[in-house]
Design a binder for this molecule. Structure first.
Ligand SMILES: [Zn+2]
Length: 1046
């Protein structure tokens, strides 16, 4: 034992998965009380650390709401040892890492990951947060804007809104009533009105609550445990201990007559109908070895025969149901049941609650069952035994949090959540006893309350509308006296759970140094099978991916919608099977694309082929027959489309990019226009045709025999032929692949939309580069890697323009480009000017790099390229995305890494001058703007409201944007896109923006602002479909191989 260390628990004492052979663990506690878990993994290319402080927003002083969160932001911006505000972020990103932090009520967590050679340098900078922060005056004011932008970003997010609402309803003096996110008002006006200096408060908070004995730390690195330990002692022994600091013990805020037997109605942002029942339950976290809460939520959330969900689905009241136990570091627990209702279900809320209490009554009468507990135990044991590696950052964050719980011996942290070694009947009974009407809160979320409720109140910060009333007494009595019904009973034994446990070690082989790539194992006119036997993980697991390419889906959004509804109804039909398989360790899912749909199966391999066969079989014979169900799912889908329009502006702007760039891509609006016209009859007509012309591609990967996979593929082919009369595609499958538009050289295309609800702007700028080669891909990635951090520093930290910001490469349909994105409260022309200003600085940023720094960037990027997948499913996903995209470039990243090594500064500069610089010969800029929703007082002519760039420009003109529009240019709206040599030709069409203040001149505009920028074409488009119909498309990606079966 060394002088600064108190305690020591070493590797052999930890309960580890038998699959966990690379990582070694040691727990130490420094003399200042800091608890540390060290994880040594000699082979890891990534190191990570996470430090968690058991304090947070619950300690905010009333004079500065949001102080703890603000402090978390400020720690990143300079310390005595590294006073430069960008030092930490620079160091991490330049060495292939990432960092973040989060603040909750009683927990503030900081973490980073980095290339493993640079752990020491990162810890040096990171530990200074906790020993010598500066809280630099100049940063203090600026960073308040960042906190405010973060608040704005979450303003319309239902999760944040509801969370805040429920805590705002608890007693005013309860710490959970605090507004912990903070915004500009609470960080400036509120303290000012109290005569408080925020910077002084930062120091106060820090010295009072940031004490070493309230901190826990996890470090993962490639060093030996001894070396990790001495690094920890070197950097963290100086963290101060304040004896008076303690964890704030919180009681449940939801107890007592003012909280229970209440019915809270909430008007959500999104169109959803949710009924949520919540109950105060005993604190079971300390009973983690018997997991009584999991037993209860397993039964109430069950989806098989006899379950509550099944029963409620029969009346078509409920679409889905989940139940969970929320146990957090607040020292109290809440049990939740959350149900997604149909329209009819909303009219039967109280009947639904009756069914819930009938189920609970049945559970009470049957009593806790050891056979059910044993099933849970068996699956938890296997899941632990074959547990695959978690990422270093995830492992570090999870463990640092668990180290706070004194009742969990450190030896148990790796298995935490998977313990079922004590069947405790009494604990379960005690838990179920709490599920009573007297202990319940009923929360109902539905858009319609906005119109139906008369006594709505408004939450202060987010403006959420809600009402609270007592649950009707006559119903409480009904629920208390409810009778058993025969449809509700405990689940039967699960047939998917294998009787015997799979073998411990599948193979004695060592993982292959260079993993093999999938081979083509079967290729017919209907099906193509890619197969790879696992050569790295040796777990009894497999992954099956199937994509069905259906040309009909590309013809019209209608077919796309019908295919989607077919899959949803099929999943509903197979609910019991899918659910039982999931409990037994095989998860499955479906996704749908523009040109087809995809089925995914992953998990324990033993019964997987059987499951895939059953699903395929059912898919080929399923003919939906229940019209009521169809209508419920259609309604659900329609609402999800409507809700998609409420997403945050930066998400909407980036999905606009796909819409603008890709051929045959339907917008949400297209889908919404069409869905109302899709009826049940249409589906019945569509289903037999859907699979009549199809091509299927399959990846079978993992612990599965080649013959078995081939047999499955042939079975699928036969079934398709006999049951759906499937024929091969008439044309090459390549014709059904998506393609990317070709933006003309020296042009700038602008398109904008207006948000229907969001208050902020978003701008994304895409600079198209062209078809990918390995070398150009590595070049683009390196360019982005170098720009990303200075871009954030300039635009977010210095100019304070927004919180969400990206500088990335974007690759679609084999074509790549640079992708800059910002969500901001400032108008889009200000954002655009900031982007351009930054891009002008890039050559000097590159010039200034020393050879050493450039080498660091390359090494950081190489590390990301060569990072090995930690799980079988991750490896499968890499191969699968190559198959889906049609490039089949299975060795993509090692080829990129190869090219990366020889890239030079000169090449980066040349790239910049060719594609990025203003006036560059191949500059192809596409700007997509998302504008804030209009306030009620502002209104535009109706035709300008949506999808109309006229509105964009009205907005821009209002703000005045001399920098943004080329000098002397009039605002123009034009649909014809002209190439450089053809500026004046073509018909022009004046869009609905004819009423705009500045009149339309109907022509393309030339930049005339300065000499070297001449001849750039500046285009504003009002309709993406029209734009796409005028431009040419790049050819389809060529596969890297010919399809020869070995
Ligand atoms: Zn934050």
């Amino acid at each position: 034992m060394t002088p600064n260390t108190l305690k020591l628990v070493d590797s052999e004492e930890f309960l580890k998965s038998t699959n966990d052979t690379d990582r070694h663990y040691r727990f130490i506690q420094l003399t200042n009380g800091l608890k540390v878990l060290l994880v040594s993994d000699l082979a890891t290319k990534t190191a990570a650390a996470s430090l968690s402080v058991a304090t947070g927003g619950s300690r905010d002083p009333a004079t500065v709401p949001g102080l703890a969160h603000f402090l978390e932001h400020m720690l990143f911006l300079g310390t005595e040892r590294y006073p430069n505000e960008r030092d930490y972020s620079n160091y991490i990103t330049c060495h292939g890492g990432s960092y973040n932090a989060s603040t909750y009520y009683n927990d503030t967590n900081y973490y980073f990951s980095i290339s493993s050679e640079h752990l020491k340098g990162a810890l040096d900078r990171f530990s200074a947060f906790f020993t010598c922060p500066l809280f630099t005056e100049s940063c203090t004011e600026r960073e308040m804007n960042a906190v405010h932008e973060e608040f704005q970003k979450n303003l319309l997010n239902d999760l944040f809104r509801e969370n805040r609402l429920f805590y705002s309803l608890v007693s005013a003096d309860h710490p959970l009533n605090k507004f912990i996110s903070g915004n500009k008002h609470t960080l400036t006006d509120v303290p000012k009105s109290h005569g408080v200096n925020v910077r002084e408060e930062l120091f106060n908070f820090y010295s009072t609550h940031y004490s070493s004995h309230l901190m826990t730390l996890t470090i993962v690195g490639k060093e030996s445990l001894d070396d990790l330990q001495s690094m920890t002692q070197e950097y963290f022994s100086d963290v101060k201990r304040n004896e008076t600091a303690e964890v704030l013990k919180l009681s449940s805020p939801f107890e007592g007559p003012s909280q229970v037997m209440k019915e809270i109605h909430v008007v959500p942002m999104r169109d959803k109908r949710i009924l949520e029942l919540s109950f105060n339950v005993p604190y079971t976290l300390s009973h983690y070895r018997s997991s009584p809460d999991y037993y209860v939520s397993h039964l109430i959330g069950h989806e098989g025969c006899g379950s509550l969900l099944r029963y409620l689905q029969q009346s078509n009241w409920v679409l889905s149901l989940m139940s969970y136990n929320d146990n957090n570091d607040y020292a109290f627990e809440t049990f939740f049941v959350s149900m997604e209702l149909t329209d009819e279900g909303l009219e039967h809320m109280y009947d639904i609650v009756t069914a819930f209490f009938q189920y609970v009554k049945m559970m009470r009468e049957e009593g806790p069952q050891i056979r059910i507990y044993e099933e849970l135990k068996k699956m938890a044991e296997w899941s632990f035994r074959y547990k695959e590696k978690a990422s270093e950052a995830a492992l570090a964050s999870r463990c640092s949090k668990l180290l706070h719980y004194d009742f969990i011996p450190v030896e148990h942290v790796l298995k935490f959540g998977l313990f079922y070694d004590q069947f405790d009947k009494e604990l379960i009974e005690e838990y179920v006893k709490c599920l009573t009407p007297q202990n319940m809160r009923m929360i109902v979320k539905a858009k319609k309350f906005e119109k139906t409720e008369v006594d709505l109140q408004t939450e202060h910060y987010f403006g959420t509308k809600y009402s609270v009333k007592d649950v009707p007494q006559e119903w409480v009595e009904k629920w208390e006296q409810c009778e058993l019904v025969s449809e509700l009973y405990l689940p039967e034994p699960n047939p998917f759970i294998p009787d015997n446990s799979p073998p411990d070690q599948l193979d004695d082989k060592l993982p292959a140094e260079e993993p093999s790539v999938p081979e083509l194992a079967y290729n017919s006119e209907l099906c193509r099978l890619w197969y790879k036997q696992d050569d790295r993980f040796f777990v009894p697991k497999a992954v099956f991916e199937l994509v069905f390419r259906i040309p009909m889906m590309l013809w019209h959004p209608r077919y796309n919608i019908l295919a989607n509804l077919f899959i949803r109804l099929l999943q509903n039909d197979l609910q019991q099977l899918i659910y039982e398989a999931e409990l037994a360790g095989i998860s499955s899912g479906a996704a749908h694309w523009q040109n087809g749909f995809e089925l995914t199966f992953k998990g324990l391999s033993e019964k997987m082929v059987l499951l895939v066969k059953t699903v395929v079989d059912q898919m080929c014979s399923f003919n939906p027959a229940d019209e009521e169900k169809f209508n419920s799912y259609k309604d659900l889908y329609e609402r999800s489309l409507q809700n998609a329009l409420l997403a945050e502006p930066f998400k909407l702007a980036s999905s606009l990019a796909n819409l603008a760039l890709l051929s045959n891509f339907y917008s949400v609006e297209d889908m919404l226009c069409t869905i109302s016209r899709c009826n049940f009859e249409a589906l019945q007509l569509f289903v037999p045709q859907m699979l009549s012309c199809v091509h299927v591609e399959i990846l079978a990967h993992g612990n599965v025999k080649k013959e078995e996979a081939i047999e499955l593929c042939q079975y699928l082919e036969d079934t398709l032929k006999t049951k759906r009369n499937s024929k091969q595609l008439l044309m090459s499958e390549k014709l059904f692949r998506l393609r990317c538009i070709q933006i003309p050289d020296k042009s700038e295309i602008i398109y904008g939309e207006r948000s229907i609800a969001q208050p902020t702007h978003a701008l994304c700028t895409y600079l198209q580069v062209g078809p990918q080669t390995d070398r150009s891909s590595a070049l683009v990635d390196l360019y982005c890697q170098i720009c990303s951090d200075p871009f954030t520093a300039q635009v977010r930290t210095q100019k304070q323009l927004g919180y969400v910001i990206f500088f990335n490469s974007k690759r679609v349909a084999g074509i790549q480009g640079l992708f800059l994105l910002l969500q901001s409260s400032s108008p889009v022309h200000v954002c655009d000017a900031a982007f351009e200003q930054f891009l002008e600085c890039v050559p000097s940023i590159i010039e200034k790099l020393s050879e050493e720094e450039l080498a660091d960037f390359k090494k950081g990027l190489e590390k990301m390229y060569l990072e090995r997948p930690k799980k079988l499913s991750q490896e499968a996903y890499r191969y699968w995305s190559e198959i889906l995209s049609g490039s089949y470039h299975f060795k993509r990243y090692s080829s990129f890494a190869e090219e990366l090594r020889t890239l030079s500064k000169q090449e980066l500069i040349e790239f910049h001058n060719r594609h990025v610089a203003k006036g560059a010969p191949h500059r192809r800029k596409l700007s997509l703007a998302y504008l804030p929703a209009l306030k009620e007082s502002e209104s535009l002519p109706e035709e300008d409201e949506k999808k109309d760039v006229g509105a964009v420009f009205a907005e821009l003109a209002k703000c005045g944007s001399p920098d943004w529009l080329p000098n002397g240019a009039q605002i123009g709206v034009q649909m014809e896109l002209c190439s450089e040599s053809n500026v004046d030709s073509g018909e022009t069409e004046i869009g609905p923006a004819g009423d705009l203040p500045s009149k339309v001149n109907g022509l393309s505009l030339e930049h005339e602002s300065s000499g070297d920028k001449k001849n750039e074409i500046f285009e504003v488009v009002t309709c993406l479909d029209r734009l796409k119909s005028k431009l040419s498309f790049y050819p389809v990606t060529q596969p890297r191989l010919d399809f020869e079966v070995k």
